[in-house]
Design a protein around this ligand. Structure first.
Ligand code: NAD
Length: 487
C-alpha cells in the first residue's frame, strides 16, 4: 500500500498547511530497515505561537459556544472517516513505528468507537443546583472548557494515544495543538488530514512537529495554553510540570511504568504465561503498561519459566509488514542502544540474561533495530535493571515466598502505572488489589486499556486520568454561581 508522501509533511496552523517559518525539515525513519521514510517540516517558535493564536482565536470566536450536539456530530463524522482510512493509518503506523501489521490493525480497531464514546458522553458535562445557607440564593455550577490544550505525544502508540487525548479535549469544547513525537509523526499527520473533511473549523485542531526541547517547551510555556496533556517519560513529565507551574497551567501526565505480573501457585499457569509472553512481544515491549517484572511464587517458578521459554522460543521476529511476524524492531537506534545497555547492566548486577525467538532478517531488514525477547533470570527486586523502565522486550524474573512478600516487592518501585495478578483465591485477589499502589489492577486477565474506563498512574507514573468519564472532566473547569433571587 502506497501510504507515505514523497514531499515533506506540512504543519497544520489554522487553515493553512505549510512549511515552518525557518524552512527546516527533519527525517523520520522506518525502524525495520533503518532507512529514511519521509521528511517533515519543523516548527519554529514563531510557528508554535501562530498555532496557539489560531487555536485561541477559534476558541474565543466560536468554538466555545458550539452546542454539544454539534461537537458530537463532528466527532462521529471523524470516527466514520477513521474507519474508512483505518487500514491506511495502520500501514503508516507499521512503517514508522515498526509494529507488526497485524498488531497495528488490531490496535486501531477500537478508535472509531473511542471517538463515538466521547461524542456520546458530552451530555455528562452538566452542572448542578446546590442548596446553600441562604434560601433566597440560587446556587448552581457550570462545567466549562479550559481553552487551548496542548497535547504532547510519545512514539510508542502515536495513533491510539492521540485519538484518546483528542476525543475528550474536543468533546469538552476546547481547541487543541497536537505535537506528535518527532520520532513517529506520520500517522498523526494522516489523521490531521481528516479533521477538515470531518467539518472541524480551521484553528480548532492544529499540528506542530519538531523536537520537545524547542517546540514542546514553547507550547508548555505559552501563556495562552491553559492545559497540557502529556504522555511520555517520567523525567520529561517532571520537567513539563515544572515549566507549566510558572503560570499554573492544568497538567495531565501519563508517564512511565515498571508493572508487575504476580503469579501465585494456584494460578492457571498457561494463562499467566500467555500474559507474560504477550507483554514481551507486543510492540517489542515498548508499552507503558507492559508487565516487565515477573513475580512468581517459588513453588511454581520452574514450571512457569519452562512454559514461558517454550513460548518465547517460537516467537517469529522479522519484517513488520509480513502478516506472519509477531515481533518487529524497536523504534530507533537510540532505543535499541538503551535496551542493550540495560541487558549489559543486568548481567553486571548478577542477573542471567537469556534470549529467545526465531529472528528472520532479509537483506532490507538486516540493519533494522531488532532485539530478541530477553528474560533476566535470577533477578531480585532492588537491581537497577528491575527498577528502571527499560522500554523494550526485557523482563526481570523474581521469586517470592508468600502474599506479603509479593505485595512488598510489587510496591517496591517508584512507578505505579499498572499491575496484573493471577490467583484462584478471591480473598487474596481482593486484598492484593487493595494493597497495590497502582492506577490500574487486572485480576486473572492481562492489562488492556479501554477508552471507557479511567486510566492514569500512581506515584511517578503520572497525575490525573485520561479515558472514561474522568477524561472529559479533566478537560473542563467548574464554576460556582450564586444568584440572589430577592433582587
Ligand atoms: P519522551 O518523554 O522522550 O517524549 C514524549 C514527548 O515529549 C515527545 O513529543 C517529545 O518531543 C516531547 N518533549 C520532550 N521534551 C520536552 C520538553 N522539555 N517540553 C515539552 N515536550 C517535550 O517519551 P518517549 O520516549 O516519546 O515515549 C516513551 C515514554 O512514554 C515511556 O517512558 C513510556 O512509559 C511513556 N508512555 C506512557 C504512557 C502512559 O499512558 N502512561 C503511554 C505511552 C508511553
Amino acid at each position: 500500500m502506497d501510504v507515505i508522501d514523497s514531499r515533506p509533511y506540512d504543519l497544520l496552523i489554522g487553515e493553512s498547511w505549510r512549511a515552518g517559518a525557518e524552512g527546516r525539515t527533519f527525517d523520520t525513519f522506518n525502524p525495520a530497515t533503518a532507512q529514511v521514510l519521509a521528511r517533515v517540516h519543523e516548527a519554529s517558535a514563531a510557528d508554535v505561537d501562530a498555532a496557539v493564536q489560531a487555536a485561541h482565536a477559534a476558541y474565543e470566536t466560536h468554538w466555545r459556544r458550539t452546542t454539544p450536539a454539534h461537537r458530537g456530530k463532528l466527532l462521529r463524522r471523524l470516527a466514520e472517516l477513521f474507519e474508512r482510512d483505518r487500514e491506511k493509518l495502520a500501514w503508516i503506523e507499521t512503517l514508522n513505528v515498526g509494529k507488526p501489521i497485524t498488531h497495528s490493525l488490531d490496535s486501531l480497531k477500537g478508535m472509531p468507537a473511542s471517538l463515538e464514546y466521547f461524542a456520546g458522553i458530552i451530555p455528562a458535562l452538566r452542572g448542578e443546583t446546590i442548596p446553600v445557607g441562604n434560601v433566597d440564593v440560587l446556587n448552581f455550577t457550570i462545567r466549562e472548557p479550559l481553552g487551548v490544550c496542548a497535547l504532547i505525544m510519545p512514539w510508542n502508540y502515536p495513533m491510539t494515544l492521540t485519538v484518546n487525548k483528542l476525543g475528550p479535549a474536543l468533546a469538552a469544547g476546547n481547541t487543541v495543538i497536537l505535537k506528535p513525537s518527532e520520532v513517529t509523526p506520520l500517522s498523526s499527520m494522516a489523521l490531521a488530514r481528516l479533521f477538515e473533511e470531518a467539518g472541524f473549523p480551521p484553528g480548532v485542531i492544529n499540528v506542530v512537529n519538531g523536537p520537545g526541547a524547542t517546540v514542546g517547551e514553547r507550547l508548555v510555556t505559552h501563556p495562552l495554553v491553559s492545559r497540557v496533556s502529556f504522555t511520555g517519560g517520567t523525567v520529561t513529565g517532571a520537567r513539563i510540570q515544572a515549566a507549566a507551574a510558572a503560570d499554573v497551567k492544568r497538567v495531565t501526565l501519563e508517564l512511565g511504568g515498571k508493572s508487575p505480573l504476580i503469579v501465585f501457585e494456584d494460578a492457571p499457569l498457561d494463562k499467566a504465561v500467555a500474559v507474560a509472553a504477550g507483554d514481551l512481544i507486543k510492540n517489542s515491549g515498548q508499552v507503558c503498561i507492559a508487565c516487565t517484572r515477573l513475580l512468581v511464587q517459588e513453588s511454581v517458578r520452574e514450571e512457569f519459566l519452562g512454559l514461558l521459554q517454550q513460548r518465547l522460543d517460537a516467537v517469529r521476529i522479522g519484517a513488520p509488514t509480513d502478516p506472519a511476524t509477531e515481533m518487529g524492531p524497536l523504534v530507533s537506534a537510540a532505543q535499541k542502544q538503551r535496551v542493550e545497555k540495560y541487558v549489559g547492566l543486568a548481567a553486571e548486577e548478577g542477573a542471567l540474561p537469556a534470549r529467545y525467538g526465531q529472528m528472520k532478517l532479509e537483506a532490507d531488514t538486516a540493519r533494522g533495530y531488532f532485539v530478541p525477547p530477553t528474560l533476566l533470570l535470577n533477578s531480585h527486586a532492588r537491581m537497577q535493571s528491575a527498577q528502571d523502565e527499560i522500554f523494550g522486550p526485557v523482563q526481570s524474573l523474581i521469586g517470592f515466598r508468600d502474599e506479603a512478600e509479593a505485595l512488598r516487592i510489587a510496591n517496591d518501585t517508584r512507578y505505579g502505572l499498572a499491575a496484573v495478578l493471577y490467583t484462584r483465591d478471591g480473598g487474596r485477589a481482593l486484598r492484593m488489589a487493595r494493597g497495590l499502589q497502582s492506577g490500574s489492577v487486572a485480576i486473572n486477565t492481562g492489562l488492556r486499556t479501554s477508552f471507557d474506563a479511567p486510566f492514569g498512574g500512581y506515584k511517578q507514573s503520572g497525575i490525573g486520568k485520561e479515558r472514561g468519564l474522568e477524561a472529559i472532566y479533566e478537560n473542563t473547569q467548574l464554576k460556582n454561581v450564586k444568584y440572589d433571587t430577592t433582587i
